[in-house]
Design a protein around this ligand. Structure first.
Ligand code: SF4
Ligand code: SF4
Length: 109
């Protein structure tokens, strides 16, 4: 696999983790005017391929739509449900569990 194909595959894997909850687009408070519900609690963005740049919320606030990677350090209403925010925590827990298991296996009585 060449580098471009590898990058594309990684990007698709990253995107696939999104739950489409719309919370990073304001679903829980003042949503972006483009945020569109699909009826099962999930949302889509009809301008996704060219979404970046100045956008407006339904309440009239102007903000910049940016890649989700750029806002992961910020808080927004419901952000704890974001699939990308929970992973670092999961990784820490997983790594702690692996260390604990290793310590258990090498314990001496
Ligand atoms: S333009 Fe950006 S903020 Fe608005 S719905 Fe699309 S992805 Fe979300
Ligand atoms: S908050 Fe996270 S999981 Fe929900 S739509 Fe935004 S990026 Fe996807």
């Amino acid at each position: 696999m060449d580098y471009d194909a590898y990058q594309e595959q990684k990007e698709k894997q990253f995107e696939a983790r999104c739950r489409r909850c719309g919370l990073c687009c304001g679903a829980a408070d003042d949503p972006c005017e483009h945020l569109t519900p699909v009826g099962d609690g999930r949302y889509f963005c009809p301008i996704y391929s060219h979404r970046f740049g100045p956008r407006r919320t339904r309440g009239g606030r102007i903000f910049n739509c940016v890649p989700v990677r750029e806002i992961l350090q910020r808080d927004w209403p419901g952000n704890w449900q974001c699939a990308y925010k929970e992973n670092p925590v999961n990784e820490i827990i997983k790594s702690a569990a692996i260390k604990e298991e290793a310590a258990w296996k090498t314990r001496s009585f």
